[in-house]
Design a protein around this ligand. Structure first.
Ligand code: PMP
Length: 359
């Protein structure tokens, strides 16, 4: 650690990414990627970028992409912000919209980057514990706000990560109605696998931002494209942050590929249906083998096997070339495994490996 580092940097720990080992025959169910490749139309659009396109700067507004996203969600282009993966979009939201005197509220447990961004930007936070059954209780947020005289914003993932559990739209509406004075961010990274999207509430609630990614349901984690949707006033704030930070967040390949991905509804519908069907088969297979599985609306499940140690199960699977995610902390989730939905064959391999471990 260098004496040149700032106070905030001193408190940051290096990100430990999900493992991406290059091992033949590995069944990789640890990072919630899509098990299928993206639409062929995406590959064609990227291949279509010629030397002239690469010589020139990309469109700083990424207008073609914003227009495609706006069309798909029934919004105006001014209601869409795009970034280099939803992680970057979230970073801009923290910087531009969630930095206030009152603490930001977020669930404990949730996506691990929320507290990291808050720390990075010097934002005060208050973590609101999930209920005993891992559900998010809207009343806890409203009560915390009353207690502390407001909040600097609220952020949560729907479905939540790593639990996969969805929050019903009626509950999100109730949260928005009870919290008119600060921004509410709904991170819908996994929404396409069975949860209800809050996008339809944008017209009614000026404080709502909804964040999507192409990394999961569009199979483009490698392209790094995410976006936020909200009323033009919030989007304008994010654009000002972006313009002062990196005026060209998306390169031409990403813009071209993302437009093709957004426009290929048929590929998208079929892929989501396939992942959901495999998830249901995986859940049944896990339950048969003594696992308790939280209700998942995501492309992964969160499961524990009473009497089995989570770390030992993960290690046993790893020995059999099946990678799943095990979180040692917090203690409450240590018995659980987070398992991404793979292909049918990968699901068979997972279940067979579990049979071998549990035999
Ligand atoms: N939000 C949640 C809840 C996630 O799990 C992830 C993926 N790790 C992201 C956002 C970020 O995804 P990306 O940057 O690939 O869009």
């Amino acid at each position: 650690m260098s004496r040149y580092w700032s106070e905030i940097v001193r408190t940051l720990t290096p990100y430990v990414p999900g493992e991406q080992p290059k091992i033949d025959g590995l069944v990789k169910l640890n990072t919630n990627e899509c098990p299928y490749g993206p639409s062929e139309k995406v590959l064609a659009a990227i291949a279509g970028q010629n030397s002239e396109a690469l010589r020139l700067y990309p469109d700083p507004q990424a207008s073609a992409l914003k227009a495609a996203i706006a069309r798909r969600h029934g919004l105006a282009e001014s209601q869409v912000f795009v970034g280099n993966g939803s992680d970057e979009v979230l970073a801009h939201i923290f910087m531009g919209l969630l930095r206030h005197a009152a603490p930001l509220l977020y669930p404990d447990i949730s996506y691990s980057f929320y507290p990291v961004y808050a720390k990075l930007y010097g934002i005060a936070t208050r973590a609101i514990p999930l209920a005993e059954d891992f559900s998010l209780r809207v009343d806890d947020y409203l009560q915390a706000s009353r207690e502390q005289g407001g909040n600097g914003g609220i952020i949560f993932a729907n479905p939540n990560a790593p639990t996969g559990m969805p929050l019903p739209l009626a509950e999100i509406r109730r949260l928005l109605q009870g919290n008119p004075d600060s921004v509410v961010v709904v991170d819908e990274a996994y929404v396409d696998f069975g949860a209800e999207s809050a996008v339809g509430l944008i017209a009614e609630f000026p404080q709502l931002l909804v964040v999507h990614t192409l990394s999961k349901s569009r199979a483009l984690a490698g392209l790094r494209v995410g976006y936020a949707m909200g009323q033009a006033d919030l989007i304008e704030a994010l654009t000002r942050v972006k313009d002062s930070f990196n005026s060209y967040p998306l390169d031409r390949l990403a813009i071209a590929g993302a437009v093709a991905a957004i426009e290929d509804e048929a590929w998208f519908e079929a892929t989501c249906r396939k992942v959901i069907a495999t998830r249901e088969r995986m859940v049944a297979g896990l339950q048969t083998r003594g696992f308790q599985v939280l209700p998942s609306a995501a492309n992964f499940v969160f499961a524990q096997r009473p009497g089995s140690d989570g770390a030992a199960l993960a290690a046993g699977l790893r020995e059999r070339k099946v990678l799943v995610r095990h979180f040692r902390a917090p203690e409450r989730i240590a018995p659980f495994l987070r398992i991404s939905v793979g292909t049918e064959a990968q699901t068979d391999a997972l279940l067979a490996a579990l049979d071998a471990i549990l035999a």
